[in-house]
Design a protein around this ligand. Structure first.
Ligand code: NAX
Length: 326
């Protein structure tokens, strides 16, 4: 028997939306037996472009897609949704500081958090729009009655980037790289943790003998990959971000294989010294009952502790900038 999942995507007329919508509608995300209803949410000036994208999705004649509707009101767009993918946000303008961006985008996420009132009882929210950790914190704080653990922010693109870097360096296929944790903020302070990563079942630090590369170039490559792509392509990552979002959602739906984990930013339960409630990227496992847990007990040496402290400090500072919105 087929079931139906209703998915809202904000910022759906943007770059990531254009790579994302077709893959959700095709059944790739929720499976061939699940019908998909797509609710696309944009700001009024982008509605015409959004309609164009919706026309193209319809023209694919996906047999898993039962409806596609466009909205400029998130409260209507989120009604009855099982998944809300918050991709839309304002880009950083010339000369804008990170804190200005945080303040600019904050109100979008207070409104969208409140707009979740009429979502499905089992709604889950994934935030991509930057600064995604703090935007996620704001949305969750404004969504009365929705459990905090239904909210996550995406660091999966960073995890995938890191896995590729390690595979390339070790000369193995990327599927041999696992347990790659991104700790902290989706920003240049994130800590891609090669200490606990595994390559073909062995510690990455045993397989890659060049520890100087791991501690320096590897971390910098992952942290600055977004900027490198903008420099090369003239536009920010879009298809890889959409792909990572599919991976992110799938990881929350499907039980995690034994011994493995994935990275996403979720409300801290106080683990690893991270303030409770802060949206921090951790290693996670999805259990058979569909709930996730933070992987506990990973040891951090002095190098890792310093990295953890840097990203935690940045998130605390971001939190302070939006205190009035929480
Ligand atoms: P685009 O500028 O192409 O599209 C953003 C869309 O959001 C636009 O169509 C705009 O009209 C819409 N929008 C703005 N305010 C909105 C609102 N209040 N409600 C609904 N829609 C609204 O950006 P794109 O390349 O698609 O990137 C989207 C977001 O993802 C950006 O914030 C970007 O920084 C962020 N990213 C996050 C990543 C992550 O790993 N977490 C990686 C990729 C990406 O950089």
């Amino acid at each position: 028997m087929s079931s139906t999942v209703r998915v809202a995507v904000t910022g759906a007329a943007g770059q990531i939306g254009y790579s994302l919508l077709f893959r959700i509608a095709s059944g790739e995300l929720f499976g061939r037996d699940t019908k998909v209803e797509l609710n696309l949410v944009e700001i009024p000036v982008a509605l015409e472009a959004l309609n164009g994208t919706a026309m193209e999705v319809n023209d694919c004649a996906f047999d898993t897609l039962t409806s596609i509707n466009c909205f400029d009101d998130p409260a209507r767009g989120f009604e009855g949704c099982n998944w809300v993918l918050m991709v839309g946000s304002k880009p950083r303008g010339p000369g804008m500081e990170r804190n200005d961006l945080i303040r600019e985008n904050g109100p979008i996420f207070t409104g969208q958090g409140q707009a979740l009132q009429k979502a499905a009882a089992d709604v889950r929210v994934a935030v991509v729009g930057n600064p995604c950790n703090t935007n996620c914190l704001i949305a969750a704080a404004n969504a009365d009655g929705i459990p905090r653990d239904r909210f996550s922010a995406m660091t999966r693109l960073d995890e995938n980037r890191a896995r590729h870097q390690l595979a390339h360096k070790a000369g193995v296929a990327v599927d041999q790289v696992s347990n790659m944790t991104i700790w902290g903020n989706h920003s240049a302070t994130q800590f891609p943790d090669f200490f606990h990563a595994r390559i073909a079942g062995r510690a990455a630090t045993d397989v890659i003998s060049d520890h100087q590369w791991l501690q320096g170039e590897f971390i910098a490559n992952v942290q600055k990959r977004g900027a490198a792509i903008i420099k090369a392509r003239g536009k920010s990552s879009a298809a890889s971000a959409a792909n990572a979002l599919l991976d992110h959602v799938k990881s929350f739906i499907e039980p995690t294989a034994d011994g493995h984990w994935f990275s996403a930013a979720v409300p801290s339960d106080g683990s690893y010294g991270v303030d409770e409630g802060l949206i921090f990227s951790f290693p996670l496992r999805t259990k058979d009952d569909g709930n996730y847990e933070i992987v506990k007990g990973l040891a951090h040496n002095e190098f890792a502790q310093e990295k953890m402290h840097t990203t935690l400090t940045e998130l605390r500072e971001e939190n302070a900038v939006v205190k009035d919105l929480l």
